[in-house]
Design a binder for this molecule. Structure first.
Ligand SMILES: C[S@@+](CC[C@H](N)C(=O)[O-])C[C@H]1O[C@@H](n2cnc3c(N)ncnc32)[C@H](O)[C@@H]1O
Length: 218
């Protein structure tokens, strides 16, 4: 997806992907990563996700990466956090020490800008990207991680011809294609989210699974 697509979405407030609450999959499965408090978690393509606050409350250092300045500002303002900036477009708050948000293109970040990342939380990041960008995303992510680092990944599996992305269909085969060489892959849960969701059925979808994965950098 072109950067302008996302900047326009924020400008026009078309942000149906944003959840007003902490993601249920995160709450349920985060413990599978067995991450110690004080370790740094990367949240790529973070938007203004409340999930960052939840991870911070667990005692983790949290680094978000987001293209849109509107999203970054909204994250701090809506959570009543003062917003301070370091020279290189990195935002932080004195009240939520340990959370910082890089307002930049994820694909241009170098490992030394982030410090050691022990885990990644990916909800609506990989699936926000069309297939031609996904391999590049995974390569960039792998380059930011050292061996043993883990990823909690949420994907969606549905017939792509029945709905335009984003979010895009990323089925198990695609997860293996993208991560198989550089990560150990474990499926934690597969959930049918079509049943009881009239909105998806009205859009003509006949199948929609949400899948939660634990990936470990080899
Ligand atoms: C579908 S939204 C998901 C946001 C968040 N993960 C959530 O769960 O609410 C994707 C986000 O990625 C941001 N984005 C898209 N391309 C990006 C890039 N190359 N670098 C950083 N952020 C990007 C968009 O501005 C948008 O906020």
């Amino acid at each position: 997806m072109e950067q302008q697509f996302w900047l326009d979405r924020w400008e026009q407030r078309q942000i149906g992907f944003h959840l007003p609450e902490v993601n249920a999959h995160l709450r349920k499965h985060w413990s599978a990563l067995a991450l110690d408090a004080g370790e740094r978690v990367l949240v790529p393509l973070c938007g203004k996700s409340k999930d960052m606050l939840w991870l911070h409350e667990l005692g983790h250092l949290v680094t978000g990466v987001e293209l849109s300045h509107i999203a970054v500002q909204a994250f701090f303002a809506e959570n009543a956090l003062e917003m301070n900036m370091r020279g290189d477009n990195v935002y932080f708050s004195p009240q939520a020490r340990g959370i910082r948000v890089h307002q930049s293109d994820f694909f241009t970040l170098a490992p030394e800008q982030l410090g050691e990342i022990r885990a990644v939380y990916d909800r609506a990041a990989l699936v926000a990207l069309p297939d031609q960008m996904r391999k590049q995303y995974v390569q960039q992510l792998a380059g930011l991680l050292t061996s043993g680092a883990t990823v909690l990944l949420v994907t969606m599996d549905y017939p792509q011809e029945q709905m335009d992305g984003p979010p895009f269909n990323v089925d198990g085969k695609e997860v293996c294609r993208l991560y198989g060489e550089m990560f150990d892959i474990q499926l934690l849960e597969s959930l049918d989210v079509l049943a009881g969701n009239d909105r998806l059925a009205e859009r003509g979808l006949t199948r929609m699974l949400e899948q939660i994965w634990k990936l470990t950098r080899l």
